[in-house]
Design a protein around this ligand. Sequence first.
Ligand SMILES: [Zn+2]
Length: 155
Amino acid sequence: MEKKLQVEAIEHGTVIDHIPAGQGIKILRFLQLADANRRLTIGLNLPTHNDQAKDLIKVAETILTAEQANQLALFAPTATINVIENYTVVDKFQVTQPKSIRGVFQCPNSNCITHTEMVPSHFLVQASNTDQVKLKCHYCEKSFATSLFNELKNG
Ligand SMILES: [Zn+2]
């Protein structure tokens, strides 16, 4: 056993690493990773080399889609995804923020046309250097922090 392992190793699946501390739970909820019978291991507020805290999520038997990885980037722009096979990392990549995102979130602005017209929601992603990403509604042109969107996901 390697000493630096912070949580249990998985045979097949995905490790989402370098999640800013505090975002791990949001990502779990947002990607609905905790549903079904998936085996999950979560590390919260783990120490990192540069003395900052991070969250980490291991999901057995699950490979994230590119779309999920992009959506994850809205909450954790610095996250890395490790794909695990036979206890070995076979692929490792950094998430990339999408430029826009359609049909996933409801607009928090209750006066927005998307609440009365049958149009899919459409947000422009406003990149930021910090962990806080903002989404600007294409229709009402209001900006919202992604933290607002946890409860507002369509479906
Ligand atoms: Zn709107």
